[in-house]
Design a protein around this ligand. Structure first.
Ligand code: BEZ
Length: 235
């Protein structure tokens, strides 16, 4: 039996790559991606199809969080392989008719890309033929203000995304950049962070002896600290 993956070639941008660029028509007009959003973080995500239930629940949730993402200097950009008129009709239906988890009358204000040729979806590895060769999977790309892909998460067609995790990944990346730190397993904003390795034996010794202010160690290679609250509040 020939698997679809032998027929299609799937390219997948990787962490650290510059986000592949393209021009697209969206529900908010023409965009040049990622250049239009330089200086901002971007959550670029795909959904399988308009007028489907899981996607509808996700869009209502994305739209309800748009202001929160905006405060995190983050632009939402969606894509599916449906056409523009389908997108417009679906978003109107969402606003006029659908209530989900107490959210209703929800307006989607971020751009939703039409990609009927699947050119953009293929560029971003959103078409994963052994899942579906006609629909995009639920991909999420986290792209930083310099247009570098910093993280990506893929979900199958049947499972809606976890929005708390999307926010956690975004805030984690921003925190790691701002403070030059790393984040431990299951880290949540406000929790202590991991400091980079000591740059000398002297520094390692100081840390182990509790003489590096705020830093505490579980061993010489595993040291943590709280972040300064005032700086966190300024973000
Ligand atoms: C959905 O969003 O409900 C969905 C879309 C494509 C396949 C299966 C479910």
């Amino acid at each position: 039996m020939i698997m679809h993956s032998e027929v299609f070639s799937v390219s997948l941008p990787r962490i650290g790559d510059i986000a592949p660029s393209f021009k697209a028509e969206t529900t908010q007009g023409t965009i040049h991606f990622p250049d239009d959003y330089k200086g901002k973080w971007i959550l670029f995500f795909s959904h399988p199809a308009d007028f489907t239930p899981v996607c509808t629940s996700e869009f209502i949730t994305f739209a309800s969080l748009e202001d929160e993402f905006s405060k995190l200097n983050t632009q939402l950009v969606g894509l599916s392989v449906d056409g523009l008129y389908s997108h417009i009709a679906w978003l109107r239906t969402i606003k006029e008719k659908i209530e989900f988890r107490g959210l209703k009358d929800v307006e989607v204000r971020f751009p939703l890309i039409e990609d009927i040729t699947m050119e953009i979806a293929r560029k971003y590895g959103m078409i994963q033929p052994n899942e579906s060769s006609t629909k995009a999977v639920r991909a999420v790309f986290f792209i930083d203000p310099h247009s570098t892909i910093r993280a990506m998460i893929y979900y199958p067609l049947s499972l809606g995304r976890n929005f708390e995790e999307l926010k956690r990944v975004l805030i984690g990346l921003q925190t790691a950049d701002q403070f030059g730190v790393a984040l431990p397993a299951d880290w949540q904003p406000g929790e202590d962070v991991i400091v980079p390795p000591a740059n000398s034996c002297g520094q390692a010794e100081k840390r182990m002896n509790g003489q590096d202010e705020g830093v505490y160690c579980k061993d010489w290679f595993f040291c943590m600290k709280p972040l300064p609250l005032e700086e966190l509040e300024q973000r």
